[in-house]
Design a binder for this molecule. Structure first.
Ligand code: AMP
Length: 285
């Protein structure tokens, strides 16, 4: 068996550009998978999709300070460089782009992309008002730096996927945005770097979020009363020990609120905190 080569690692723009030039020889196409590291099998599924969609795969690892509010977990966000590099080598990734915050936001950096539409749908933006501006700005920078043919984003962050897709289209960024399905633990909990924060008891309780959402989806599909079903779902999630931020059925593309199921493609989205850890999840209705 041919062993995959150790990925190149770029930490400066000049190394990035030089390595990309090498990768693009013979008209190879390039896919980018943006991540904040602490890689799990959800990230790896994006890498595998990237390999199917392009000749060469670049993974960025950058914990982006501008998408965290001061009270959030930027300082304590898990940073597991060595393990991440081993995982990406095993997948045959071509290049890891690992800039630091000073490179991405040097002295005098003042630009921030303002996103609307899906970014102001009243879901994550209601609880993390700084978030999508920070995400849009860093993703625009990553796409400008790497100029990939395709960029892969997980449906796990469903609203983010819609925001990035809209931005790439609006700004003619030249990369096709591709969504990838949510990877889950065996008990249904959506994989997330933040699952590392859960205590054993919280980890045991956490699948109730997904389980309650599945119950809501089943009842909505059976035609049960819309508002009552969502209220029952919210109660189930609360009873499992979560503090619920939202549990909402939305139009799957525009994220507009729905008052009934049928006709439009629909998505159930939720965010809830257990202990101090905020989890998000979503599923097709
Ligand atoms: P993050 O490192 O959390 O910023 O995530 C990087 C990318 O991986 C984003 O596009 C996420 O949506 C995606 N991702 C995170 N968790 C999962 C998961 N469980 N399944 C699929 N994609 C995921």
């Amino acid at each position: 068996m041919k062993m995959p080569q150790t990925p190149a690692v770029a930490r400066t723009l000049s190394t990035l550009q030089r390595t990309l030039e090498g990768l693009r020889k013979r008209k190879s196409t390039v896919a980018l998978v943006p991540t904040m590291g602490a890689l799990h099998d959800g990230h790896i599924s994006l890498v595998r999709l990237a390999k199917r969609r392009a000749d060469k795969v670049v993974v960025s690892i950058f914990v982006n300070p501008t998408q965290f509010a001061p009270h959030e977990d930027y300082g304590s966000y898990p940073r597991t460089w060595k393990a991440d590099a081993v995982k990406l080598a095993a997948e045959g990734v071509d290049l890891i782009w690992n800039p630091d915050a000073r490179l991405m936001y040097p002295e005098g950096f003042v630009t921030r992309i303002q996103v609307e539409g899906p970014a102001t749908a009243g879901l994550e933006d209601r609880f993390r008002p700084h978030f999508f501006g920070g995400v849009a700005t860093v993703v625009a920078k990553l796409l400008a730096q790497v100029r990939p043919d395709v960029a892969i984003f997980g449906e796990k962050d469903y609203q983010q996927l819609k925001v990035v897709t809209q931005m790439a289209r609006d700004l003619n960024l030249g990369s096709r945005i591709v969504g990838a399905p949510i990877m889950r633990e065996r008990d249904g909990l959506a994989m997330s770097s933040r699952n590392l924060y859960l205590t054993p008891d919280q980890r045991k309780a956490a699948p109730a979020l997904h389980r309650s959402m599945k119950d809501v989806v089943r009842r909505l599909r059976q035609g049960e009363d819309f508002a009552a079903t969502l209220a029952a779902g919210a109660k189930l999630i609360g009873d499992a020990g979560f503090k619920l931020d939202y549990l909402e059925a939305r139009h799957a593309e525009t994220l507009a609120p729905l008052t009934q199921i049928g006709g439009a493609p629909a998505r159930l989205l939720a965010a809830a905190t257990i202990g101090t850890t905020r989890l998000i999840d979503n599923m097709k209705i």
